[in-house]
Design a protein around this ligand. Structure first.
Ligand code: HDE
Length: 755
């Protein structure tokens, strides 16, 4: 009677068409395994996964290729050749009629080299163009086995993965630390085929129906006339859209919160956003929302820090991810699920699970851990892997199915469609990074960039010429069988359900769940973004939206804009706060945190050596900052310099320690240049750039410390020694111990003025 079983049986029965079974083959003809099946009717072997796609198992501790990988290194063969393998004797001079003569058309090497170069670029992704990725492994705990039959979630299963993080709005060369949503897309190379979890770091979306996706993206992207601003939501068209479509309120509020400017990809949550459907071995179904929980906690930049970083290091997140993996600080996330009964109305505690602008508070449905993701290998080639990877929400495995969320339905179409253009034809699943690690035995043929050499004559089913192969599987032999969900009888309409009309109660819950400092950041973000808009009507409409979330939020932003605060037009929702939504509070591991150790000619060099060792022992990263590069000091106190006063800027460090009074930069140009920096009042002797370093770090709530007399410079740079998060030690290691305690809380939150 179970509908899933009925469908599965139907599929299994289809194996019997032609009277064939996988074991027997076509009656009267040899079976697929039989050696007497002679050419040309031999079924082809499934395409094996390429060896260079074998995932993280060929990795050295530092992520460098080892063994067999080394042999595949480019530029490692003895002779340079053309693409046709002909050896070359010169690649620097075109063939000419004499050294000063005209270049000859017959120079094939010149034409081949330039032609190939001319075609090196492919279209960037229409959204999520800028990203960074890494290989890793997913280890399942087996705790989801009762709700899903997916093999990769069964007990103790290890599955290779490739994860790509991204910003949404900016183009490929845009900056990393802009205010935006982040993509968090994971490709699981499971034993049953590829499963892609294509999520974001924000659990809700701007729109409820995919048909509006071109609209919201047109509004967010740069203006079509001048193509500015790049990678920003702080402009009129974005705010025009999100205030006219108030379903965008919840996602926009998350963007304006600290979630919009993550400290690191390693410190972001990930969300599947939509509700999915899990199916277990008995065919029972459960509705589910996917969550990635970072082991390092969820942390963000502060706005000024993010803005400075965009200029100082536009690759900040990309570098942070690659450096951490290279250093062996392998980032980890737990995959968790919130489960809900698969009831016909598909709601939970009054929350419509098909509305992607809704989240379900963790206090109502706890996130249950089901496995651990570890990223431990950087890509070997950005283009081949990070750029060419193609994710798709429709890449599902038995045990995971979709629901009728109308946003999800549109995505199921869009990804495949866009990839045909981006990757130049329909054969991109054959690209190494996209190949499943399980055998492929499809009947897809020909097309642009076909690299498989398919054998056999009968790429159709049923056939009698290729031994009847391949056969169809059933649910019991690993087939993906769609859940036979009953579709309510209804008329075709272009409408949304009534339950999609509440656009303000979930945003209000988010606002009420924020700590005072997080609210202050949200107010500042709205004030900044709307302050960048030119259209008065857009600003006024935005204030109306804010009034409907919370009158205080609205009043604060209105003050900043110099506009009157409107009254709410809807009754304020009676909702409870969800403490799990706040990022402030709690203590987290400090692995991979970056400590800047600043030294001048008279500083405690021996102490610096000891602090470096202690930082490394704590799995953190020490960066020594000195007036000039190279090696500083001599004898036992000798330290290698990683940054100079000219190359260091506060945004690179999570905390700063002064080993005495800083000197004056050794770089003539830099020192001259430094005079242009605004030195804080009563600047002590010492380089003003170090003054800027500590005063910025202090302003951004970072832990700051000193020993060996550096405290006088701190004070002179506007850092009160009794302020929260400022430490003075008797020794370097003493100061570091206090500093590390502060780092576990991410920032000295008490230092900020709270609303
Ligand atoms: Fe995407 N999205 N999206 N999106 N999305 C793409 O696919 C789309 C949505 C997400 O690192 C595109 O191959 C539509 C939600 C990520 O390669 C495109 C809709 C969520 C990535 C596309 C959405 C996402 C994409 C562009 C509304 C979070 C980057 C290039 C119905 C759950 C994947 C590409 C990577 C990329 C369409 C909404 C996440 C155009 C139509 C909701 C992480 O197909």
């Amino acid at each position: 009677a179970n509908p899933l079983k009925r469908a599965a049986r139907k599929i299994t029965n289809s194996l019997q068409d032609n009277g064939a079974t996988p074991e027997e083959g076509i009656p009267g003809r040899p079976g697929p395994e039989s050696p007497s099946v002679a050419e040309p009717t031999e079924p082809r072997d499934p395409l094996p996964p390429k060896p260079d796609q074998s995932g993280p198992d060929t990795v050295s501790p530092t992520g460098q290729p080892t063994g067999a990988d080394q042999a595949r290194m480019a530029q490692s063969g003895s002779y340079l050749t053309t693409a046709q393998s002909t050896r070359l004797y010169d690649t620097d001079h075109s063939l000419k009629a004499g050294p000063r003569g005209p270049v000859l058309l017959q120079d094939h090497h010149l034409r081949e080299k330039v032609m190939h170069f001319d075609h090196e670029r492919i279209p960037e992704r229409v959204v999520h163009a800028r990203g960074a990725a890494a290989h890793g492994v997913f280890q399942s705990y087996g705790t989801a086995a009762s709700v899903t039959k997916a093999a990769f979630l069964s007990e103790d299963k290890e599955t290779p993965v490739f994860v790509r993080f991204s910003t949404v709005l900016g183009s490929r060369g845009s900056s990393d630390t802009v205010r935006d949503t982040r993509g968090f897309a994971t490709k699981f190379y499971t034993s049953e085929g590829v499963f892609d979890l294509v999520g974001n770091n924000i659990p809700v979306f701007f729109i409820q129906d995919a048909i509006k996706f071109p609209d919201v993206i047109h509004a967010g992207k740069p203006h079509p006339d001048r193509e500015i601003p790049q990678a920003q939501s702080a402009h009129d068209t974005f705010w025009d859209f999100v205030t006219l479509h108030t379903e965008a309120t919840h996602h926009t509020l998350w963007n304006m919160s600290d979630r919009g400017i993550p400290r690191s990809y390693r410190m972001m949550e990930g969300f599947g956003v939509h509700t999915f459907r899990l199916v277990n071995a008995e065919g029972a179904t459960t509705l589910v929302k996917f969550h990635w929980k970072p082991k390092l906690g969820v942390h963000s930049l502060v706005w000024e820090e993010a803005q400075i970083t965009n200029g100082v290091d536009p690759d900040f997140h990309r570098r942070d991810l690659a450096d951490a993996i290279e250093a062996g600080a392998h980032p980890q996330w737990e995959l968790g699920i919130q489960t809900f009964p698969d009831t016909p109305d598909q709601t939970f505690e009054g929350i419509d699970l098909l509305d992607p602008t809704n989240l379900v508070p963790e206090e109502l449905a706890p996130v249950q851990p089901v496995g651990l993701l570890t990223l431990m290998r950087n890509p070997s080639n950005f283009f081949a892997e990070t750029e060419q990877v193609a994710f798709h929400v429709g890449h599902l495995v038995p045990g995971v199915d979709v629901t009728d969320d109308p946003l999800l339905a549109g995505r199921l179409f869009s990804y495949l469609d866009t990839q045909i253009t981006r990757l130049g034809g329909p054969n991109f699943p054959q690209l190494p990074i996209n190949r499943p690690h399980a055998p492929v035995n499809d009947m897809l043929r020909d097309g642009m960039h076909q690299t498989a050499v398919h054998r056999g004559v009968a790429p159709y089913r049923p056939n009698s010429l290729d031994g009847g192969c391949p056969f169809l599987a059933g649910a019991d032999t690993g087939a993906f069988v769609e859940t036979p969900v009953r579709v309510p009888e209804a008329a075709k309409v272009r409408e949304a359900p009534e339950s999609f009309a509440d656009h303000f109660s979930q945003p209000r819950r988010f606002w009420l769940s924020m700590s005072p400092i997080e609210r202050e950041h949200i107010i500042a973000a709205y004030t900044f973004e709307l302050g960048k808009c030119y259209e008065q009507a857009v600003k006024e409409r935005a204030l109306q939206v804010l009034a409907n979330i919370d009158p205080n939020l609205c009043a604060e932003v209105a003050t900043g804009l110099g506009l009157p605060a409107p009254q709410p037009t809807v009754p304020l929702a009676e909702v409870e706060a969800s403490p799990a939504l706040s990022q402030v509070g709690g203590t987290w591991p400090t692995d991979g945190r970056v400590i800047g150790i600043v030294i001048g000619p008279d500083g405690d060099l021996r102490g610096v050596s000891a602090v470096r060792e202690a930082v490394l022992d704590a799995s953190m990263v020490p960066l020594v900052v000195a007036p000039a590069g190279g090696v500083f000091g001599s004898g036992e106190g000798m330290v290698t310099v990683q940054r100079t006063y000219a190359t260091a800027r506060s945004v690179e460090f999570d905390a700063i320690l002064l080993a005495g009074t800083p000197g004056v930069g050794g770089d003539a140009y830099g020192a001259r240049d430094a005079k242009a920096f605004p030195a804080p009042a009563q600047q002590a002797t010492g380089d003003p750039r170090v003054g800027l370093l500590v005063s910025e770090a202090f302003r951004h709530g970072k832990a700051v410390g000193a020993w060996a007399g550096g405290e006088a410079f701190l004070e002179a740079s506007g850092v009160p020694l009794d302020a929260p998060g400022v430490v003075v030690g008797d020794s370097g290691t003493g100061a570091l111990a206090q500093l590390t305690g502060l780092l576990g809380k991410h920032r000295a939150w008490d230092r900020f003025r709270a609303v």
